[in-house]
Design a protein around this ligand. Structure first.
Ligand SMILES: Cc1cc2nc3c(=O)[nH]c(=O)nc-3n(C[C@H](O)[C@H](O)[C@H](O)COP(=O)(O)OP(=O)(O)OC[C@H]3O[C@@H](n4cnc5c(N)ncnc54)[C@H](O)[C@@H]3O)c2cc1C
Ligand code: SF4
Ligand code: SF4
Length: 428
């Protein structure tokens, strides 16, 4: 522990990539993740544009490599509670939450969760499916150990009795861990725009108006329902609408933030194609302002979606009204050349491409001197030529914590941040 070690905060693809790049150079890394497993948002996705790779297939090997690397100490289910500066060192205090399961004993067999009587909405399935009060968040979780969610546990003791490894331990206490590091990489990722703010789209109350992350889970064959069905009644939808830029690119603060969330056009095009390929007899409409297909292979990907039958409507949806049967009536202004017209169309399900928001509150508390931009993303000192260095010497940033971006750009920025952090500690 010391000035030659690095702390990485956040175990999404940005944090995992940065940790691996540092550790592969022989640098000791502490990788801290607040959730019970590393993986971040990428591990929740059905596929990734434009290659249509399966995210778990390409990401799980990296997650496992990070947890097995001799120079990476993985501290999942932990949060940084304090960072102090002393000379060249950052003195870091971590709070390791109690899982009420002994990580060294648990073999990840899942017998406890199969016997636990309590169902809780699954975070991994974005609230759609259920997990148990003792749970392993998903099949490829790293570390693959159970965690007791004490807020929902009824203390029946069943898990303790059935565990063959005697790993359940309700006497476990949270731990405080003190670290000394020379550099920090912030890779805390993102949240999505809160749909309850959007009264005109039902304020999050219409069962069949779902966020795009929920659609990711519905499109996965082994997802919560094993099929794309409407949450209200389990019916297979025959007309699905996707709305782009929800909470993004708005000049009116009531409807969101002015910036572009960068990934929504492309993941919506992917989801729209997958919806058609999955359900076959379905009409899929995308309402958009512009399609920003800016990356390598993106324009071709967009054209392919048109080829499989996705219809694109240039315009803005002003209001969604819920019908008695759960269908949704959309009122939109459609731009047609230099003309515009108001249309009303009925759908059985609507997917909102919610804008990307930073997880900045924890950071503002831990590193108050760290400069954030107007929207709460971490500001870089030289956005053009040094896009990972922050205003705080020794603190670097990677991934969506710095601004909305896709996985390719996240991985590149993470490797760049690792390089900068490595050079920084070498010169200390
Ligand atoms: C619906 C949807 C579909 C998408 N589809 C695609 C696609 O097809 N292709 C593509 O390239 N990109 C896609 N993206 C974008 C992709 O998800 C991101 O590029 C990627 O997840 C960014 O990784 P990250 O590590 O920066 O952030 P995240 O994935 O958000 O990971 C951040 C991690 O940090 C942890 N964390 C946060 N705060 C703290 C803290 N204080 N202490 C400890 N840990 C913390 C979080 O728990 C999380 O595990 C999609 C995004 C969405 C929303
Ligand atoms: S706590 Fe016990 S029963 Fe549950 S996964 Fe771990 S070893 Fe299996
Ligand atoms: S003690 Fe809690 S976690 Fe264990 S089986 Fe009972 S309800 Fe589930």
């Amino acid at each position: 522990m010391g000035a030659k070690d690095v702390l990485v905060i956040g175990g999404g693809i940005a944090g995992v990539q940065a940790a691996l790049d540092l550790a592969d150079q022989g640098i000791k890394v502490y990788l801290v993740e607040k959730g019970p497993s590393i993986g971040g948002r990428m591990i929740q996705l059905q596929k990734v544009f434009p290659t249509m790779d399966c995210p778990s297939c390409i990401f799980t090997p990296k997650m496992v490599a990070a947890s097995n690397h001799p120079d990476i100490t993985l501290l999942a289910y932990s949060e940084v509670s304090e960072i102090k500066r002393e000379g060249n060192l950052f003195l870091v205090t971590l709070y390791k939450k109690a899982r009420y399961v002994d990580e060294d004993r648990c073999v990840g067999c899942g017998i406890c969760e199969n016997n636990c009587p309590v169902d809780v909405p699954s975070e991994y399935d974005n609230g759609l499916g259920a997990r148990k009060a003792i749970y392993i968040p998903f099949a490829q979780a790293v570390p693959k150990v159970a965690t007791v969610d004490l807020d929902h546990c009824v203390l029946c003791g069943v898990c303790e009795r059935v565990c063959p490894a005697k790993a359940v331990n309700f006497a476990q206490k949270p731990e405080t861990i003190n670290l000394e590091v020379g550099a920090i990489i912030v890779a805390t990722g993102f949240n999505l725009y809160d749909p309850s703010k959007l009264e005109q789209y039902g304020g999050g109350k219409f069962a069949n108006v779902i966020p795009s992350l929920t659609m990711e889970r519905l499109l996965i064959p082994n997802g919560p329902y094993g099929a794309v069905v409407r949450p209200s009644d389990g019916k297979i939808p025959r007309r699905v609408a996707y709305l782009l830029c929800v909470g993004s690119r708005s000049r009116n603060p009531i409807n969101g933030y002015p910036y572009c969330s960068r990934v929504c056009c492309m993941y919506t095009i992917r989801q729209a194609q997958s919806t058609i390929l999955n359900l076959r007899k379905v009409e899929v409409d995308v309402y958009y302002m512009d399609i920003r297909a800016y990356g390598k292979g993106f324009e071709e990907f967009y054209r392919r979606a048109e080829g499989v039958g996705v219809r694109f409507w240039k315009g803005r949806v002003g209001r969604i009204t819920e019908q008695e049967n759960g269908n949704l009536l959309l009122r939109a202004e459609i731009i047609d050349g230099s003309d515009s017209r108001i249309v009303e169309q009925e759908y059985e399900m609507v997917v909102l491409a919610l804008g990307i928001r930073p997880q900045h509150r924890a950071l503002a508390k831990l590193l108050p001197e760290l400069e954030l931009d107007d929207y709460g993303f971490v500001k870089t000192a030289a956005p053009k030529l040094d896009p990972t260095t922050t205003n705080v010497p020794g603190v670097f940033v990677a991934g969506v914590a710095e601004g909305p971006k896709d996985i390719v750009d996240t991985v590149m920025q993470a490797s760049a941040a690792a390089m900068r952090a490595s050079a920084y500690i070498t010169n200390l």
